[in-house]
Design a binder for this molecule. Structure first.
Ligand SMILES: Cc1ncc(C[n+]2csc(CCOP(=O)(O)OP(=O)(O)O)c2C)c(N)n1
Length: 313
């Protein structure tokens, strides 16, 4: 969680300094959801992500150096610098891609789960998406089909209360997205998305259900987006007080630290060591990205098609 937080704080700084091109959406404040869910997965399981995808990618085990290089548009990045923040992917750890199309990952995850089912394999696919995405047709089509076919997929709605500038209540008929599971006869589970332990436990149950062939679950994680919708967002749609209150009362990292110290899970020295290691990893990632070359312009035409014979059997 701390690695995601520090990685993104650095990305914020470097984007504002003009070092990172494109468009960046930060995940700060929502780290417990990605980490809780991905901790319940194996490396071979699949995830699909959103336009706010750095946290999911890092939580699934991707290398922060290659993540940073991708954001910087460098050749050493996961997509050879051609994807950037909203298209980062690492097939090596089952991360099938961030997605600039809101709700676009829902059916990609259902597709990955269908492939698993056809191969009679045991992997599970997890789709992360926002409360705004749950109002798109893809959500309803994807959940219905996954439920009918009992696909091994977990739909994780990160309800951060805002869809760009629109508050949940203005565009969504229900307050709890998990209620929508009833329409597809699948379990709908709601957890505090800022409590990494609660997310992990709920995710583990949903993943196990999917792995046993019992079909999908809709897991709603209630959380909050601390930063603007994108870096540079003037945030005229909400007050500073609202954000500060959330940070003070519900910051997932603060909550985790309190629990660690209260239950004596780690010592203060061990925590300081983690902080040092994280700072070092992020600094190395920036150095790696800044020292990496940009792709040549001709490379824009590479990797557009899958090479090889089509199998029509
Ligand atoms: C199909 C589609 N419609 C609209 C947009 C523009 N858009 C980008 S992010 C966003 C809001 C998404 O809200 P939510 O799904 O709750 O995710 P969050 O940003 O809160 O993480 C919108 C409408 C888009 N990228 N894709």
């Amino acid at each position: 969680m701390l690695l995601i937080r520090r990685f993104e704080e650095k990305v914020n700084e470097k984007f504002l300094a003009g070092d990172i091109p494109g468009f960046v959406h930060l995940y700060i404040g929502e780290e417990a959801t990605a980490v809780g869910v991905c901790s319940a997965l194996t490396r071979a399981d699949y995830i699909t992500s959103t336009h706010r995808g750095h946290g999911h990618t890092i939580a699934k085990g991707a290398d922060v150096k290659r993540c940073m290089a991708e954001l910087y548009g460098r050749k050493t990045g996961y997509c050879k610098g051609k994807g950037g923040s909203m298209h980062i992917a690492d097939f090596g750890v089952g991360m099938l891609g961030a997605n600039g199309v809101v709700g676009g990952g829902i059916n990609l995850a259902a597709g990955a789960a269908l492939a698993v089912q056809l191969r009679k394999a045991k992997e599970v696919a997890v789709c992360f998406f926002g409360d705004g995405a749950s109002n798109r047709g893809t959500f309803h089509e994807g959940l219905n089909m996954a439920a009918v076919w009992k696909l091994p997929v977990v739909f994780v709605c990160e309800n951060n209360q805002w869809a760009s500038t629109t508050p949940l209540h203005e565009a969504t008929a229900v307050t709890d997205i998990s209620q929508r599971a009833t329409s597809y006869a699948i379990p709908g589970v709601m957890v505090d998305g800022n409590d990494v332990f609660a997310v992990y436990e709920a995710a583990q149950q949903a993943v196990e259900r999917a792995r046993q062939g019992e079909g999908p679950t809709l897991l709603e994680c209630k959380t909050y987006r601390i930063k603007g919708h994108f870096v540079g967002d003037p945030e005229q749609y909400r007050t500073r007080e609202e954000v500060m209150a959330q940070m003070e009362e519900r910051d997932p990292i603060k909550k985790l630290l309190e629990r660690i110290l209260a239950d004596e899970l780690l010592t203060e020295e061990q925590l300081r060591e983690i902080e040092r290691k994280v700072e070092q990893d992020v600094a190395e990632a920036v150095r790696f990205a800044e020292e990496s070359p940009f792709p040549d312009p001709e490379e824009a035409f590479e990797d557009l098609y899958v090479e090889g014979e089509a199998d029509h059997a």
